[in-house]
Design a protein around this ligand. Structure first.
Ligand code: ARG
Length: 457
């Protein structure tokens, strides 16, 4: 079969080679962008009088027909036409005749594909931002319900100090806020129009690139045609931002997996987001959380794959660049679904009545507060730390909790300890005293909830 570029060729392409080099089976999802870009290019050619109005009209009508065929699932893609660009161009010529062959004037597939993926990614980022926004609102809703729910905060996964559950949840909202900024920043460099760069050198035809950009809603055009056809930084940047976002989701998932164990028992996931075991009837597995955690590895893989695919390429376009699409598409799809599933899982999850006093007692959650108490009585912090350490050691030896010690026992270690220590050591008081901006005191958490509600409204 003769290829559209087959003029200089005497032999036809090897069948395996054809399959190997064609991208149509994955790049057909760009069809709507390819057509929209072609329509804009056609109008630009008309504007500078390369195409007569009647010719441009025919081409645009033909492209409109092709768009419909795709939308209705009627377009038959052909592998020998390699990619979405040539499939559409060939179909256009079939539909409108030789005038269809004028569309590619002043354009190359190199700038065409760069345009298509930029348009695709611009929309994909917007859709991801929307889902991220919905997830953020779900986190906020849960946080608002749990300002006064206290949990042990952990360091080294050892019980450390009591914190508000809302405060813990809102830590993730801080991460999501940064994700949103990173995506918005990456989008600025996606949103640049490359058409007019043609194969690599620019074009002989007097097209107005700003006009094309305006038609397609781009605020800027690329400044160097060689860079424009070979640059995929914007994909790498997006995949980097997506990797960080997935890292955040994965950490959250890890906690949800832990929290839903009988050992923690902080959270009950809805049946809708869990699965059973085919052999152990008692089981309810947090598969959604595990899958998101697992898929994070794939997204990192795509980022590293893309960076590696780019690193050895001389300027300008090389066919290596065709390898940008599968990792990009999979990253977009995976991030999008992960965000939606995660939001659903979190929205339907119920936090259990956490007996924080019990956890606090056995974990000495307020030991730091005892040290601070001594500091307030004038004891230097290092000495206070030592006294508290000895007190905890006594508890461990006698099987008692801090609250179960008598005043006399406390005073063995320091005469500065008075009756009011018992009130001071309660988890509620401990949390309330963390009244610093950004701290876990309930009024400080409420302060952040109102700030975040404005950011994510
Ligand atoms: N399918 C190609 C890609 O995805 C389109 C550009 C092909 N250009 C070329 N000169 N072969 O990168």
């Amino acid at each position: 079969m003769k290829q559209p570029w087959g003029g200089r060729f005497k032999e036809s392409t090897d069948a395996l080679m054809l399959r190997f080099s064609s991208s149509i089976f994955f790049d057909q999802r760009l069809y709507a962008y390819d057509i929209e870009g072609s329509m804009a290019h056609c109008r630009t050619l008309q504007q500078c009088k390369i195409l007569k109005p009647a010719e441009a009209g025919k081409i645009i009508a033909g492209l409109g027909k092709i768009l419909k065929e795709f939308d209705q699932g009627k377009f038959k893609v052909k592998e020998n036409l390699e990619d979405i660009h040539m499939n559409i161009e060939q179909r256009l010529i079939d539909l409108v005749g030789p005038v269809g062959g004028k569309l590619h004037t002043g354009r190359s597939r190199n700038d065409q594909v760069a345009l298509d993926i930029r348009m695709y990614l611009r929309d994909a980022i917007d859709a991801i931002q929307k889902s991220l926004h919905q997830l953020a609102q779900t986190v906020l809703t849960q946080a608002k319900k749990h300002v006064d729910t206290l949990i042990p905060g952990y360091t080294h996964l050892q019980r450390a100090q009591p914190v508000s559950l809302a405060h813990h949840l809102l830590a993730y909202l801080e991460m999501f806020g940064r994700d949103r900024e990173r995506l918005a920043d990456a989008r600025k460099r996606v949103n640049v129009m490359p058409l007019g760069s043609a194969a690599l050198a620019g074009t002989n035809f007097p097209i107005d690139r700003q006009y094309t950009a305006k038609l397609l809603g781009f605020p800027a055009v690329t400044h160097n045609s060689i860079d424009a056809v070979s640059d995929r930084d914007f994909i790498v940047e997006f995949c980097a931002a997506a990797s960080v976002l997935m890292m955040h989701l994965s950490r959250f998932c890890e906690e949800i997996v832990l929290w839903s164990t009988s050992e923690f028992a902080f959270i009950e996931l809805s049946d809708a987001y869990t699965t059973g075991s085919s052999i152990m009837p008692q089981k309810k597995n947090p598969d959604a959380a595990e899958l998101i955690r697992g898929k994070t590895g794939r997204i990192y893989g795509h980022l590293i794959g893309l960076l590696t695919m780019m690193k050895g390429q001389p300027l300008a376009y090389n066919k290596d660049l065709q390898e940008d699409k599968e990792p990009l598409f999979d990253t977009v799809d995976t991030v999008q679904t992960s965000l939606e599933v995660f939001a659903g899982m979190l929205k339907t999850a119920k936090f259990k009545k956490i007996k924080v006093e019990k956890l606090a007692a056995s974990g000495f959650l307020t030991a730091t507060d005892l040290a601070d108490y001594l500091v307030l009585q004038g004891v230097p912090f290092r000495d206070a730390h030592e006294i508290t350490g000895k007190t905890v050691a006594l508890c461990l030896d006698t099987g008692k909790t801090l609250e179960q010690l008598t005043l006399k026992e406390f005073q063995k270690f320091s005469k500065k300890i008075k009756q009011d220590v018992f009130d001071y050591l309660s988890v509620e008081q401990s949390v309330k005293r963390k009244n610093v901006y950004g701290g876990t005191a309930p009024n400080r958490v409420k302060e952040q909830i109102s700030r975040l509600s404005k950011i994510w409204k």
